[in-house]
Design a protein around this ligand. Structure first.
Ligand SMILES: [Fe+2]
Ligand SMILES: [Fe+2]
Length: 212
């Protein structure tokens, strides 16, 4: 497929990123409702939704800072891929419909993995560079990395799909490595996540991961 990747201004990307973060949040809140009777799952989807709410909040902060001082953006450009955006938007719309109709846990986790595999989070990290407060930026980046470890943990616990688990693990490792590099390149000193079950062989609960 032909990709249309170009460098766009922060202003151009901001609206799209906020729209997609909102849609992602809507998907996860729909899943909160679907799994409301299983405490752990309800809590998991709620924390996923909260993460997305955090991303929306971070981006609206960037938006507001830019409105009051447009020079903050400077001539900074961020990578923007229209094909990826169109694909993600279509995927989110379809998944939201599907989630509202009702899905089982395996399907819900697979949907989340598809969405989280998109490069939206990378774009968000780029946009956060407008905010000069380093501590805040570090926390925001930290938050972006975290929810994927939980996602992989839930896939391990609630599904028997080896491929799904392998994909989740690969994504966590790629994301941790990728954001580390991105963070370093930007001179942000955020310590990357403890990678509590990335390559450690031990899950969050301390039990040894089943290697299948
Ligand atoms: Fe997000
Ligand atoms: Fe996310």
């Amino acid at each position: 497929m032909k990709t249309r990747r170009h460098r766009a201004t922060i202003r151009e990307v901001l609206d799209v990123a906020i729209e997609l973060e909102r849609k992602t949040m809507a998907l996860y809140t729909a899943l909160v409702r679907t799994f409301k009777d299983t405490e752990e799952l309800r809590g998991f989807w709620f924390s996923m939704a909260r993460h997305e709410a955090g991303h929306c909040g971070a981006l609206t902060l960037v938006e507001s800072l830019l409105e009051s001082d447009p020079t903050l953006a400077g001539d900074r450009k961020v990578w923007f891929d229209e094909t990826t955006v169109a694909r993600l938007r279509a995927l989110l719309t379809a998944y939201l419909k599907e989630a509202r109709r009702g899905v089982d846990v395996e399907r819900a986790l697979a949907m989340a993995l598809d969405i989280e595999s998109s490069e939206l989070e990378d774009v968000v990290v780029d946009l956060l560079q407008v905010v000069k407060d380093r501590r805040w930026r570090e926390q925001a980046v930290q938050m972006l990395i975290h929810d994927l470890g939980d996602l992989s943990f839930m896939i391990e616990k609630y599904t028997t799909d080896d491929q799904l688990l392998a994909r989740a693990d690969e994504l966590v490792e790629r994301r941790v490595g990728g954001l580390r590099t991105q963070v370093r390149a930007r001179g942000v000193t955020a310590s990357p996540p403890s990678a509590r079950h990335v390559g450690s062989g031990v899950g969050r609960t301390g039990r040894v991961r089943r290697r299948r």
